[in-house]
Ligand binder design. Structure first.
Ligand code: NAD
Length: 433
């Protein structure tokens, strides 16, 4: 596969977006498992089982390029734990996809599904390829062949992929078609995140940002903070950041800063979030008409009530954790705070609401999509919003209970909720044979 300096720089940036610098996704997932297990009376044999994925499928994916040559890419699907239901998790097309990264991220998905009490276990997969170097036709051929290579281990009752980095609703539509053609029946429930015309759910795209806003509102309520007059800074104005910022704005919060990769638009009197183009509407245009532009580093250390890092992983580190002025940090991105920074924020009494709860609206609406596909009946957008709100509130209450009972951080409380559900299911089912 060809590579150039641009592609490798992009790969490094994307990798930084998802994986902590100091440790791999797998190390982080195992560390969090041990940490949560310490607070609970769990059979160590169950913890040992959870350290290992049930299966990792590694496949070669050959495709014919548009010029007639053939390239072969490596693909993976890691399935971590299915004690509570079929595996669920994204598929990414990215040059840095590895077996270990898929395993670590599949474990995160297990915790995320369990904290939301969804009847799923965790999975993750992908193909080590730069999708920007493929034509649309090549991407379609890659997706169809990859689907065929995974066909034996995916399915609505086995493992249900979804879009992730480098894949999108069209990718899921091709997967659904490839699977359905080989199975001899239209099977929309094999993937989620499809376009609504082929069984996708209304409200799926904005769901992670919506859940970030809902959880921010619940956290503000918990700390007796009225959203009216609460100041918020949001890093990243993409799917997660823009949806969260606009909803909080609509609910009365004062959004004082939003940013993209070029910098942050800052207005202490409040930004009209609808007038700022999101990444999807117009990429990297946040600061174009701004009177006051500050850097992303400055945004993170603004003296605001709530900070929502919703762009990249590892933006709050040991270098800036002591300078964070917000009272509450809600993780919109995956892994925006390193483990060291997390410890510093804890000693400074800054509350951090973790990603596995805050941005879990995506997998929750994926669950709604799966239900709609199985029942062959689409829900209205209003119903999706209502049920998402109910599920987010339910998850919040469960985490709040453990937060108060164990006197731990919100992150630890979320992991305790997840692990106790998974461990109880293992205990109840037992070990076969
Ligand atoms: P996106 O591509 O829609 O938007 C990303 C935004 O971040 C853009 O505004 C971009 O300009 C900005 N950005 C990029 N690099 C930056 C930098 N160095 N400094 C500041 N801003 C920068 O992405 P998204 O889908 O909103 O995802 C954002 C984060 O949320 C990622 O960590 C992603 O993994 C996580 N997440 C996304 C979803 C989802 O379904 N979209 C679900 C859960 C978690």
């Amino acid at each position: 596969m060809s590579s150039n300096s641009n592609a490798s720089r992009e790969a490094t940036e994307q990798q930084a977006k998802e994986s902590p610098v100091s440790e791999s996704a797998l190390e982080t997932a195992r560390r969090q498992l041990h940490h949560a297990a310490e607070s609970l009376d769990i059979d160590p044999n169950i913890v040992e089982r959870l350290k290992h994925p049930k299966r990792v499928q590694e496949v070669a994916v050959p495709i014919k390029r548009d010029d007639g040559s053939v390239d072969v890419f490596s693909g993976y699907r890691a399935q971590h734990d299915s004690v509570r239901g079929p595996y669920k998790g994204g598929l990414r097309y990215h040059p840095e996809v590895t077996r270990d990264e898929c395993v670590g991220l599949s474990m995160w998905m297990t915790w995320k599904c369990a904290v939301m009490d969804l009847p799923f276990g965790g999975a993750k997969g992908g193909v080590a390829v730069n999708p920007k170097e493929l034509s649309k036709a090549e991407k379609e051929r890659l997706t169809r062949r990859f689907t065929e290579e995974l066909r034996e281990i995916i399915g609505p009752n086995q493992d249900i992929p979804a879009p992730d980095m480098g894949t999108n609703p069209q990718t899921m539509a091709w997967m659904m078609d490839a699977y359905s053609m080989q199975e001899g029946e239209t099977t929309p429930g094999v993937v989620t995140g499809k376009p609504p015309i082929v069984g996708g759910s209304e409200g799926r795209e904005e769901a992670p940002g919506r859940s970030v806003a809902l959880i921010t509102r619940l956290a503000c309520e918990y700390y007796d903070r009225d959203l009216d007059g609460t100041t918020v800074a949001v890093q990243g104005y993409g799917s997660v950041g823009a949806n969260a910022a606009r909803l909080l704005d609509e609910w009365g919060a004062t959004i004082v800063a939003v940013s993209d990769v070029n910098g942050a638009l800052y207005d202490p009197d409040g930004i009209d979030t609808d007038s700022v183009p999101s990444h999807d509407e117009e990429p990297e245009a946040v600061t174009r008409d701004a009177d006051t532009v500050i850097s992303n580093d400055e945004l993170l250390t603004l003296d605001v009530d709530v900070l929502i890092p919703a762009a990249l992983g590892n933006v709050i580190t040991q270098d800036n954790a002591a300078d964070i002025e917000a009272d509450l940090v809600v993780e919109g991105a995956n892994g925006p705070i390193t483990a060291t920074a997390d410890a510093i924020l804890e000693t400074r009494d800054i509350s951090v609401i973790p990603d596995i709860l805050a941005n879990a609206g995506g997998v929750t609406v994926s669950y709604f999509e799966w239900l709609q596909d199985i029942n062959r009946r689409a829900w209205s957008l209003e119903r999706v919003y209502d049920e998402l709100e109910t599920e987010m509130e339910r998850a919040w209450r469960a985490v709040q209970t453990e937060f108060e009972r164990h006197d731990v951080t919100w992150r630890d409380a979320a992991y305790i909720v997840a692990l106790s559900r998974i461990a109880a299911a293992h205990e109840t089912r037992g070990l076969w044979p």
